[in-house]
Write a new protein. Structure first.
Lengths: 174, 138
């Protein structure tokens, strides 16, 4: 009986671990065969590889410092969505249902962006960004220890020069 | 009778008795429950013979069932993990350079939104200040 309980515990722990990123995974599955959607996932293994790297410049060092605390990243994005508004609102409701707290919303003529987080003892452990434009839709989620100050500092330090993999995610029209 | 039993017992402890002789010994002690240590030993042997198999097979079955359940559970967990892994894999970036680039872009995107949010908040405070000043003037 003890073994049985232990097995159940292990099982639930395992499913909890996979529960992380469940919201984004749902959209991964939804658009699995849709070529117009960019789907990117960076595993914790990959992030552990990054910790071995050393930066040459200050902003590189800052960047590596931020990612050394991350454990995973998932992105689903598309530039041409048939119903971006519907997708945006369904994503928003999924995110809040999954227990994320809304951190901020930015609305302008071009797009809506909502950033939601999961906190534990003052430390942000998960962050989800949902963006919906006129045609664009994007979901970015991060896991690990996320320092918002550092992340926003990064943005002012580095320039969005080479958007190769997540094109047009910055909200600026190119 | 007593001497015959003693002889048989001696044979028994030497391991030379036949099955029939052993039965004789057992029956003797069964008939004389008052006899001491050796009597207890043979009555114990007789009692043990009476223990039926039914009880032990049921515990055996229970154990088999438990181990089968455990095997199935382990199998399910493994399958679940493998399945989950396979499900996660198709979009995972294997090239560290690309993964780094993608992470960079995602972080910059989040960062710029955060910054934009802060800027908007600043603007709002400015507007509110202006509004307050106007209200104070009127």
């Amino acid at each position: 009986m003890k073994k049985f309980v232990l097995t159940l515990f292990v099982f639930s722990a395992a499913s909890f671990a996979f529960g992380q990123g469940a919201v984004v995974s749902k959209y991964f599955d939804k658009f699995e065969d849709d070529e117009t959607f960019t789907k990117v996932s960076v595993s914790s293994k990959m992030f552990s590889l990054f910790t071995e790297m050393e930066g040459n410049t200050d902003d590189e060092k800052e960047f590596l410092d931020v990612i050394s605390k991350l454990k995973g990243m998932k992105v689903v994005a598309s530039e041409k969505v048939s119903d971006p508004k519907g997708l945006y609102s369904s994503a928003i409701s999924d995110v809040s249902k999954a227990g994320y707290e809304e951190l901020m919303t930015v609305k302008d003529a071009e797009e809506n962006v909502k950033i939601s987080i999961k906190e534990k003892e003052g430390i942000i452990e998960e962050l989800i960004l949902v963006a919906g434009g006129k045609e664009k839709f994007a979901m970015v989620s991060l896991y690990g220890v996320i320092d918002l100050k550092q992340v926003s500092k990064l943005a002012s330090m580095m320039r969005m020069s080479e958007l190769k993999y997540l094109k047009n995610l910055d909200g600026d029209e190119e | 009778m007593g001497s015959q039993i003693d002889k048989l017992l001696e044979k028994y402890w030497n391991g030379e008795t036949s099955l029939e002789e052993e039965t004789l010994i057992k029956e003797h002690f069964k008939k004389n429950p008052a006899l001491g240590n050796e009597g207890q030993y043979f009555r114990y042997l007789a009692d043990q013979k009476k223990v039926s198999y039914e009880g032990s097979t049921s515990t055996l079955r229970k154990k088999t069932w438990l181990s089968a359940a455990a095997t199935i559970t382990i199998g399910l967990i493994t399958a679940g993990l493998v399945f989950n892994d396979a499900k996660k894999d198709p979009f995972a970036i294997d090239d560290p350079e690309k993964a780094l680039q993608a992470t960079k872009e995602a972080l910059l995107m989040i960062g710029s939104e955060l910054k934009q949010g802060q800027d908007h908040t600043l603007e709002l405070t400015k507007i509110n200040k202006a509004k307050e000043e106007l209200q104070d003037d009127s």
